[in-house]
Ligand binder design. Structure first.
Ligand code: SF4
Length: 62
């Protein structure tokens, strides 16, 4: 199963990932949290990873 991981040191809290995948990512305290891993059933979060302006999201195999 593929799983997105957010590097909080890199995340700038722009909210782009939460806009693309609101069921998977949510902004809390200006950082993106993965809140719904099981909701990721379309692009395996690759779209969110691609849209992140600072490449804070990596998609790893679990
Ligand atoms: S798109 Fe990237 S920088 Fe923006 S909130 Fe999401 S993880 Fe953080």
């Amino acid at each position: 199963m593929l799983k997105p991981v957010v590097d909080w040191d890199t995340c700038v809290g722009c909210g782009a990932c939460a806009e693309v995948c609101p069921e998977v990512f949510q902004l809390r305290d200006d950082k993106a949290w993965v809140i719904g891993l099981d909701k990721c059933n379309t692009c395996n979060c690759q779209e969110a990873a691609d849209i992140c302006p600072v490449q804070a999201i990596t998609v790893t195999e679990e």
